[in-house]
Write a protein that binds this ligand. Structure first.
Ligand code: MSP
Length: 534
């Protein structure tokens, strides 16, 4: 098996975490997935082949206990919850390529083969494990990490449990130097910068081997040759990324799984599981002599009253009702725009409604409506015979539009969605100002038809460019904008970029075709009601 395959410049493979099925998906799980979807959509739009993996993590003590408490068979429980994740992703217009389930039949073969490779490197041994375990994190905690009364710092309603049992261990300590080299030679491997420093400091303190089996958990894969142990849920789950890459009819071997998409360009995760992805996972891959992912990006938390929202704490916001009430574009836009990726962010429904009304209904929606109304009145509803060369280089909106071309690409490449939205809004606001100042209605009365047409060109082209630039975030609104401007594109179509090479042309300001006939004007985003007493 070749392990030195160079990473492709025309394809992009990314993952979200595989979510625990101990409860229904919440807005925190949706947050990571919406971001990953926007990234996947951007790469597809710019002509890349994309592999976007998400899924569910279904083994381990936490799931076993949840099923026991509910009095259901664990597999039935997993099937039910995993389906809810998929349903939510559909409601949120998440266009994943693979949905990985760690209870899928082909996954066990991958785990066993990988385990054997690590064993062959002499990195697995049996020893006594003693320590405090947080079932909600599925992780041993150091005494110094716990709260004063012995609770997990993330799951402050969960007491950690003492464990003293024989486990198989992974020789993580052996990879200390190689990991340090990895971080030094690849400054982008862990992002953002603050997270990178956290990991480097953690590793500097000295790495300890960690246990990769359990004797008191039956809900997991048995250790080959010693079935009274099951494989630790994290060791199993991380490999779910690789199993996801098997094509439907592939025999489940590592060679088959790794042939096309591997290694991953990006693991997008929350900061709570950084250590697993940036320390344990690369070390496991080094041991198995497989290539490493290119980047691990640890984003911040959605919080409620300052605490991480989560299934275990039970302080979550129901994403199903949020989407039902406000629609998927609204939810996607709010979370991507209001929280710069990497930062924590609190949710507040009034702020949510106000942001959407201000940006999408007022600034963007009204601008389109207003200019389509003028187009109907002054140009018979047909795009004017103007091209961008007719617009002076001095025109401020044109300048902002032109300078946005590069900024959009850079923003997507660096996952700076909030800045991207701000920049696009800046273009939109400059258009509103331009109309107010240039007063096309007066120019029309004075018979300055060409000048009126130029103004409408500048404004409508800017709305188009805004729609294109935001399509990975608000695909349905972008579709409506494009339809209103007489185009026939569907931004929800996965192969749009590959088929049409759309980003080369539409990713530039100044391409609005002449004489295109437009349909009847419809609002693209209806104003939302401000909720009471929130
Ligand atoms: N099953 C593991 C991941 C295994 S990956 C091989 C797991 N699952 S989880 O469901 O508990 O959390 C998964 C991810 O959900 C977090 O890392 C994070 O990306 C996201 N979030 C969960 N709660 C969140 C918030 N309150 N805010 C933002 N993201 C959150 O860990």
């Amino acid at each position: 098996m070749s392990i030195d395959k160079p990473i492709s410049k025309t394809s992009f493979a990314l993952t979200t975490p595989l979510y625990y099925v101990n409860g229904l998906p919440h807005i925190g799980s949706a947050y990571t997935t919406m971001i990953a979807d926007a990234i996947a959509r951007w790469y597809r739009l710019s002509g890349h082949e994309v592999m976007f993996v998400t899924g569910t993590d279904e083994h381990g003590q936490k799931i076993q206990r949840t099923a026991e408490e509910k009095g259901v068979n664990p597999q039935e429980h997993c099937d039910r919850i995993s389906q809810q994740f998929q349903d939510l992703w559909h409601k949120l217009d998440i266009k994943f390529d693979r949905f990985s389930r760690t209870t899928a039949s082909n996954h066990q073969a991958i785990v066993n083969e990988f385990f054997a490779r690590v064993q062959k490197s002499d990195d697995i041994y049996l020893a006594q494990q003693q320590g405090w375990y947080c079932v909600a994190c599925e992780e041993f905690k150091e005494k110094r990490e716990l709260t004063e009364d012995g609770f997990c710092p993330i799951h402050t309603n969960q007491k950690v449990e003492w464990r003293d049992e024989e486990n198989y261990f992974f020789r993580l300590s052996r990879y200390q130097q190689q990991l340090e080299e990895l971080y030094t030679k690849n400054p982008d491997f862990i992002q953002p910068e603050s997270r990178r420093n956290e990991v480097i400091n953690f590793v500097k303190q000295g790495l300890q081997d960690f246990s990769i089996s359990r004797v008191n958990v039956s809900w997991g894969f048995p250790i080959p040759d010693d079935p009274k142990h099951t494989i630790y849920v994290w060791f199993d789950a991380l490999l779910g990324y690789i199993s996801a890459l098997l094509d439907e009819n592939d025999p489940p071997t590592l060679e088959n799984a790794l042939k096309k998409w591997y290694p991953f360009n990006l693991h997008l995760i929350g900061k709570d599981i950084l250590r697993f992805h940036a320390v344990y996972w690369p070390a496991m891959l080094m041991s198995a002599q497989l290539p490493l992912p290119k980047q691990v990006f640890g984003h911040g938390f959605l919080t409620k009253d300052g605490k991480k929202m989560g299934k275990s704490l039970g302080n979550t916001l129901d994403p199903f009702s949020l989407v039902e009430k406000y629609g998927s574009d609204a939810v996607r836009y709010y979370f991507l725009k209001e929280i710069e990726l990497g930062e924590d962010g609190d949710f507040n429904e009034i702020r949510f409604v106000n942001t959407l009304n201000a940006d999408l209904a007022n600034d963007l929606g009204n601008l389109l409506n207003r200019s389509l109304g003028m187009l109907k009145k002054y140009c018979k509803g047909v795009l004017p015979p103007i091209t961008q060369t007719d617009i002076s280089e001095e025109n401020e909106v044109k300048q902002i539009g032109k300078s946005l071309e590069k900024k959009v690409i850079e923003a997507y490449q660096n996952y700076r969605f909030s800045s991207l939205c701000q920049e696009v809004l800046n273009l939109i606001r400059s258009c509103n100002k331009f109309i107010d100042e240039s007063q096309p209605w007066s120019l029309y009365k004075q018979g300055e038809q060409k000048e009126v047409e130029k103004i409408l060109y500048v404004v409508l082209e800017s709305v188009r460019f805004a729609g294109f630039s935001l399509a990975p975030i608000i695909p349905n609104i972008s579709n409506k904008i494009y339809t209103q401007l007489g185009f026939n594109f569907d931004f929800n179509q996965k192969d749009l970029g590959l088929k049409s090479n759309i980003s080369n042309e539409h990713g530039q300001w100044g391409i609005l075709p002449i004489n295109q006939e437009l349909p009847k004007a419809e609002p693209i985003f209806a104003r939302l009601e401000v909720p009471e007493n929130k």
